[in-house]
Design a protein around this ligand. Structure first.
Ligand code: NAP
Length: 249
């Protein structure tokens, strides 16, 4: 019998897992993307795009699924909570769907980092530490930086321009990683960055700005990861996730 796997994706890890599983016999993979960015990088295999409509919508979709891997971004808290809730109890057909969380490791804390539990706290810290922040926290969170950083010469980088009307002193650039040390060095020098603000996303794609900050002695304000959903088995490695999936056959 074919094992039907749903990968909640939008990440490199999600795409890598889809590729590994697509090569396995008797496994069918459906990757799900939020549809938050135009022209997303598509995983191999079947793809669906758009929200499920909350926990109930996801549970309805699970009627055609045997196993779920939540490979969403470490900060995609809403989707992870929905997946945990949807898989916590049996479906109307009596099956309880196994759920695995695949989450890349966080960057280890370094000297020169200022940790923030919330974006508001990150904004306050950045305002204390500099006047020319380089803010790389994503379009959805940018409005939370307006109260503290509205008067600073913010350079904000994100995949897609935000909906908000940015203050005149702000510059918004849109681009998608992976980034390089030399590229980020040039951007931060040209801007005159004196404090970097980022989420602790982990991974290699967005790491160079941190290395540039360390090289230039620029303080980093780092938003800590949200708490993981309770009771969900978690791995940090794609091969481990694939092995877990194959054990469910
Ligand atoms: P979120 O706040 O956790 O999710 C908001 C809603 O978007 C969810 O309730 C769900 O809608 C829908 N959604 C999210 N991920 C989905 C998926 N893979 N498939 C189908 N629907 C999904 O998510 P977010 O932080 O806005 O991130 C959206 C997507 O971008 C995620 O897939 C994530 O992996 C990717 N991403 C996020 C970040 C980040 O920093 N947050 C960075 C890189 C990539 P319904 O309730 O209607 O199902």
């Amino acid at each position: 019998m074919t094992l039907r796997v749903l990968i909640l994706g939008g990440t490199t890890e999600g795409r890598e897992l889809a590729k590994v599983l697509a090569e396995q016999p008797d496994v069918s993979v459906l990757s799900s993307l939020a549809g938050a960015v135009p022209k997303p990088r598509l995983p191999v295999g079947q793809v669906r795009i758009g929200g499920f409509g909350g926990v109930d919508g996801l549970r309805a979709a699970l009627a055609e699924i045997d196993v779920v891997v939540d490979a969403t971004h470490p900060f995609a808290q809403g989707m992870s909570a929905n997946a945990a809730a949807a898989c916590a109890t049996p479906l109307p057909d009596g099956r309880r769907i196994p759920l695995l969380r695949l989450e890349r490791p966080a960057w280890p804390v370094e000297d020169g980092w200022h940790l923030a539990a919330t974006h508001e706290q990150a904004a306050e810290l950045a305002a204390d530490l500099g006047k020319r922040p380089f803010v790389t926290v994503g379009r959805n969170e940018l409005a939370r930086y307006l109260p503290a950083l509205g008067g600073c010469a913010v350079l904000a980088r994100m995949v897609q321009a935000p909906d908000l009307v940015a203050p005149d002193a702000w510059r918004i650039i849109t681009s998608r990683g992976p980034y390089t040390f030399d590229g980020d060095l040039a951007i931060m020098r040209e801007h005159g960055t004196d404090v970097l603000v980022t989420k602790n996303s982990g991974g290699h794609f967005t790491r160079p700005k941190m290395d540039v900050a360390r090289e230039l002695g620029i303080p980093c304000v780092v938003v800590e990861r949200p708490h993981p959903a309770d009771g969900v088995e978690t791995v940090s490695d794609v091969d481990e996730a694939a092995a877990w999936v194959l054990r469910q056959r």
